[in-house]
Design a protein around this ligand. Structure first.
Ligand code: AMP
Length: 382
């Protein structure tokens, strides 16, 4: 019998359950179906990016623990593409099937305070922070950390109202309201040189692979462009990979995890946050690497050996946000005329501003050329 603590590999033909139903689950499902697996997805939504590709789409709130258990009972392993599911959901799933990565990994990484406490305890570099649970504590924390600073909700699940940049003491009240007057973290503002990430995978036996340092550029707090390899000194990339290795090991991750970093102007690495799943900055691996981050997640959670991560050529990825639809449907025919740029669309029907609708990936002989090719195609989409 294969109980849910079983170390028996989950073989092709088996069903894999995905909690969450966005584009990460969609690309996971594509990778899984390519290898002959079946995919079930559960989320509160219908006609979802993942559901459109999956074999079974279950529509239930994450709080419906009976539905979650039924869902888990119908698959050989449960993974997730959305880490903000309640702890009780992961626990309910774990009673009925193995959950990988474990609910403990979710618990730590879905809450900024727990995540930063883990990083402190493990001796890993991160932005300085203070816990804030009242307006008075905010004033004290700001005095200790200095301004500017960023106030962020401790849990990630607070619709878009999660962050506020504080310039001076006049901003305290507005900031406190902006985070919903709830437990938060005040972070020192980092005047960074660059942002990078490392996407890595780890097996149940501790085998670790990574996709190198990826360079990330944000716009309005949303990832805009990723470039791989990152244009940073070799030593910085090496250190970032080593930090990622320690994070996956200490959290005992079985699956994929992304570590996001700030590179300071004096060349130090500070962890910004952890995402215990494939990450937007790793989307280029779908086209640019022998084994994508999604197939790696599949292999890790199914207890198969990991695949080769060789990157064929330097790559650049650019997100396509809902704003592109402001003047009607983008021009896909012209975009498709850039024959060497891959167009990915997630099947979302409502293009709200800031919503991730798809992305473009370009491969070239240099990262700079890939970036230029991607940007040219993205302009043509308008
Ligand atoms: P987060 O959702 O916390 O990853 O923040 C999104 C983006 O906001 C980051 O990728 C940075 O570009 C910016 N940001 C967040 N925290 C800080 C900080 N402490 N200092 C400077 N920029 C930040």
């Amino acid at each position: 019998m294969t109980g849910h603590n079983s170390r028996a590999p989950v073989l092709p033909g088996s069903a894999i359950g995905v909690l969450g139903s966005g584009q990460l689950g969609r690309m996971f499902a594509i990778a899984a179906r390519r290898m002959g697996y079946r995919v079930h997805t559960l989320s509160p939504d219908e006609d979802t990016p993942t559901g459109q590709v999956a074999d079974v789409e279950i529509n239930a709130p994450y709080e419906d623990l009976a539905a979650v258990c039924r869902f888990a009972s119908g698959v050989s392993v449960v993974t997730f593409e959305f880490e903000n599911v309640p702890a009780a959901t992961a626990a309910a799933a774990a009673r009925c099937a193995p959950v990988r990565p474990s609910g403990d990994v979710l618990h730590t990484t879905q809450h900024r305070l727990r995540e930063k406490t883990f990083l402190s305890r493990t001796g890993l570099p991160h932005t300085s922070f203070r816990r804030v649970s009242s307006l008075e504590e905010l004033a004290t924390a700001a005095k200790e950390l200095g301004l500017p600073a960023i106030l962020k909700t401790a849990d990630f699940g607070y619709d878009g109202k999660g962050q506020f940049r504080i310039r001076d003491a006049n901003d305290f009240e507005q900031a406190w309201r902006a985070v919903g007057e709830r437990e938060s973290v005040l972070e020192a503002f980092i005047d960074f040189d660059r942002e990078i990430s490392v996407v890595a995978a780890r097996t149940i036996d501790g085998h670790f692979v990574h996709y190198g340092a990826i360079e990330n550029h944000h716009r309005n707090g949303i990832l805009d462009v990723s470039i791989a390899p990152a244009r940073v000194a070799d030593g910085i990339a090496r250190d970032a990979i080593e930090i990622a290795r320690v994070v996956l090991e200490k959290l005992d991750v079985v699956g994929v995890l992304c570590v996001e970093f700030f590179v300071t102007r004096d060349g130090r690495l500070l962890i910004n946050e952890l995402a215990p799943r494939p990450h937007n900055s790793g989307h280029f691996t779908f086209d640019a690497n022998l084994t994508s981050q999604f197939e790696q997640q599949l292999r890790a959670v199914s207890l198969l050996p990991l695949g080769d991560v060789t990157q064929f050529r330097p790559a650049a990825m650019g997100n396509l946000l809902g704003d592109l639809w402001n003047d009607g449907e983008p021009d896909w025919i012209t975009a498709a005329s850039v024959a060497d740029v891959k167009i990915h669309l997630y099947g979302k029907t409502a293009p709200r501003p800031g919503r991730k609708m798809g992305h473009l990936t370009a491969l070239a002989t240099t990262a700079e050329q890939a970036l230029r090719d991607m940007e040219r195609a993205r302009k043509l989409v308008h």
